[in-house]
Design a protein. Structure first.
Length: 452
């Protein structure tokens, strides 16, 4: 079939592209009064004859079908006079119908391409999440992907802490340093966070100034004008919220909402897996009773700190702690009450050290602390004395039944490299200092001085 297309604007270009896909249709000419129309340029690229005078084209070309998409009644009348009933002409409503069919097909093809691209993108993101070795790496992938897929300026991932009932800022990107310092906040009944968590679908605010939650000071101070928030759930359990934000009012189109929602499903599973892995790893290095690190982690950390101290010529102090007369307490009040004492001492120890320090349950009623970059006579001794005073003054259950009417500790301190070149030497000398404290009457801190 030989076909002539008259009218080569956007609609004509779409029709031309479709006609060229069929082997039994040969487009023998394209006409439009605008020689630079979209369809004219496409025809020239396909080596199809073009003209701005359709009458010349019809007169000089053998044709079976003419498609007139100009919408001009005068063009239709001229065509009918020129070819009579010998050539089929599609124009007017027929051309519109044909255009709608082609446009519908084009939209469906584009939707298919978009869905395929979405799946490919999500597959790539899924691979990145599954190969992420660290929590921060996975969270960054989730937030960056959400920002990119929604063409937003910023985004964040907020997780729900079941124990405290607080929201925790896990990761954010595109915000000011001041905003990024926000770490935790309580859920307010009727607040925007509660509303998002209660929603079963993404919450979209296109213009905060027209939204009932415009009073939120944090959002307003940051300059956020619009956002999409997707609640994250796993088997009915609240995991958190994935946000994408913009600093201008905007709409999020259907495809953006769809793909960010799909991403949120991937994100939920990834976060759950990460948290499960972290919990498993934490359990492997944590003492069940006190929730301090266990002896295994203490030894591993000590090895790492010794390597670092050797490399950078730094000090390490080791503090060994033993609860005085603990067997007497257990025999008097029972092991359950004794366990309570150990847990309370563990909390005092945790609250008395720096972030870089490591406190562990060494075994039984013994505890140990690694103090990196700390000398024994000043830094370690002061820390140990502060802990000793805190425990001596703590109101433990039935402490008055203990010798001296209090629960106390004995403490020994040694340091690298002053007291030994190896881990075993330094730990052994911290133990010697601890036994010295016991011999001298307990409830005291002794620093190893080279005398056994």
């Amino acid at each position: 079939m030989r076909l002539v297309l008259i009218g080569a604007g956007k609609g004509g270009a779409a029709l031309l592209s479709t006609f060229c896909e069929y082997e039994d249709v040969k487009v023998v000419g394209v006409a439009d009064i605008n020689g630079e129309a979209e369809g004219m340029q496409l025809a020239r690229s396909l080596k199809i004859p073009t003209t701005t005078n359709f009458e010349e084209l019809i007169s000089d070309t053998e044709v079976d079908l003419i498609v007139n998409v100009t919408g001009a009644k005068s063009v239709s009348e001229k065509l009918r006079k020129m070819v009579g009933n010998n050539v089929e002409i599609i124009s007017g409503n027929g051309a519109k119908f044909l255009w709608h069919l082609v446009e519908d097909r084009r939209k469906k093809e584009q939707e298919t391409k978009d869905r395929l691209l979405e799946q490919q993108t999500l597959y790539t993101i899924g691979l990145m999440l599954s190969s992420a070795e660290r929590r921060e790496e996975a969270l960054n992938t989730i937030v960056e992907s959400a920002i990119k897929l929604s063409n937003a300026a910023a985004g964040s991932l907020v997780l729900f802490d079941e124990e405290s009932g607080e929201m925790v800022m896990a990761h954010s990107k595109g915000f000011s340093p001041r905003f990024s310092k926000i770490k935790r906040w309580k859920l307010n009944t009727g607040g925007i966070t509660s509303m998002i968590l209660d929603s079963k679908t993404p919450v979209i605010v296109s213009d905060i100034s027209k939204d009932p939650f415009k009073h939120n000071p944090v959002i307003l101070d940051e300059g956020v004008k619009s956002f999409m928030a997707v609640p994250l759930r796993a088997e009915g359990k609240i995991v958190g919220i994935l946000y994408v934000n913009d600093f201008k009012p905007r709409e999020f189109d259907k495809s953006q909402v769809s793909i960010v929602s799909l991403l949120s499903t991937q994100a939920t599973f990834a976060i759950e897996n990460i948290m499960l892995l972290e919990k498993t790893e934490q359990m492997a290095v944590t003492d069940d009773l006190t929730k301090l690190y266990n002896h295994r982690f203490f030894v591993r950390s000590l090895n790492e700190e010794f390597k670092r101290a050797n490399r950078y010529k730094q000090n390490i102090s080791i503090v060994m702690i033993d609860v005085d007369y603990f067997k007497h307490y257990n025999d008097t009040h029972g092991h359950l009450k004794g366990n309570d004492v150990l847990k309370e001492i563990a909390q005092i120890l945790k609250s008395s050290i720096r972030d870089i320090d490591v406190v562990a349950r060494y075994g039984g009623e013994e505890f140990s602390i690694i103090l990196p970059q700390t000398d024994k006579s000043k830094g370690a001794a002061l820390t140990a004395e502060r802990i000793r005073i805190a425990i001596e003054g703590f109101n433990f259950h039935k402490r008055e039944a203990q010798p001296g009417g209090r629960i106390t500790i004995s403490v020994g301190i040694a340091a690298f490299p002053e007291d030994g070149k190896t881990i075993s030497e330094v730990v052994g000398r911290a133990d010697e200092a601890l036994y010295q404290a016991k011999r001298e009457g307990r409830n005291r801190v002794c620093v190893y001085n080279g005398v056994s």
